[in-house]
Design a protein around this ligand. Structure first.
Ligand code: ADP
Ligand code: AMP
Length: 214
């Protein structure tokens, strides 16, 4: 089962992808997490990606496509995976189709988590990310159990640089220009599934479970 999560930055793709991965025992592959891990480890890829990410821009396709194709070829993806934050452009979607076809596979479900722009800015302002393990929380909607440290690793929680309102506005513009066209792309492929991302996290997940068992 190959699943991709579509939606604006902050729509809740990562939140739902994590739940899908846990329930169906498949890897959760977030390109944003991969880039952030590279930045933390000071790699060349991390240095290149950071320059784009800090400005709210997309990292160029050539830096992301091969990375995902290599990850999909790993043995733990044989039974499926949930891709979060990839593809984000039409060339990335085409490259994904090609890479999967090369392995005799295809995308089975493209789940579009729909949240209006006006909800996104406030949602992002409340998102907190763990500097240790990258886990994501929300001050109001998904708080920690243990106060102001990460439930999983006790790491420090921060507001991501690219979640500040000015950068979120830029990311939303880029989303509408470059990523939203993927909804048409996957509608034509006949695999798009829409969910209303303004509902409670658990309500959305119940809808996604229904989609995946159709
Ligand atoms: P994305 O991966 O699409 O960028 P996240 O999954 O990180 O988005 O969610 C963005 C923020 O909104 C996080 O702080 C998360 O805890 C919170 N969130 C996710 N889903 C919901 C929801 N349905 N209602 C309210 N807040 C949510
Ligand atoms: P995310 O964690 O998915 O919100 O991603 C954070 C940032 O990483 C984005 O704003 C982009 O700069 C970069 N990024 C993540 N995935 C991709 C991708 N598939 N293509 C281009 N840039 C990406």
């Amino acid at each position: 089962m190959k699943i991709i999560m579509l939606g604006a930055p902050g729509a809740g793709k990562g939140t739902q992808a994590k739940k899908i991965a846990e329930k169906y025992h498949i890897p959760h592959i977030s390109t944003g997490d991969i880039f952030r891990a590279n930045i933390k480890n000071g790699t060349e890829l991390g240095k290149k990606a950071k320059a784009f990410m800090d400005q709210g821009l997309l990292v160029p396709d050539e830096l992301v496509v091969d990375l995902v194709a290599d990850r999909l070829a790993q043995v733990d993806c044989a039974d499926g995976c949930v891709l979060d934050g990839f593809p984000r452009t039409i060339p990335q979607a085409e490259a994904l189709t090609k890479a999967l076809a090369g392995m005799g596979q295809k995308v089975d479900f493209a789940i579009n988590v729909e949240v209006p722009d006006e909800n996104i800015i406030t949602r992002m302002a409340g998102r907190r990310a763990c500097v240790g393990c990258g886990a994501t929380y929300h001050l109001k909607y998904a708080p920690t159990k243990t106060g102001d440290i990460c439930d999983t690793c006790s790491g420090e929680l921060i507001l991501r640089e690219d979640d500040k309102p000015e950068t979120v506005k830029k990311r939303l513009e880029i989303y509408h220009e470059q990523t939203q066209p993927l909804i048409d792309y996957y509608t034509k492929e006949g695999i798009i599934k829409e969910v209303d991302g303004t509902q409670d996290i658990d309500v959305i997940f119940v809808e996604i479970e229904k989609i995946l068992t159709q």
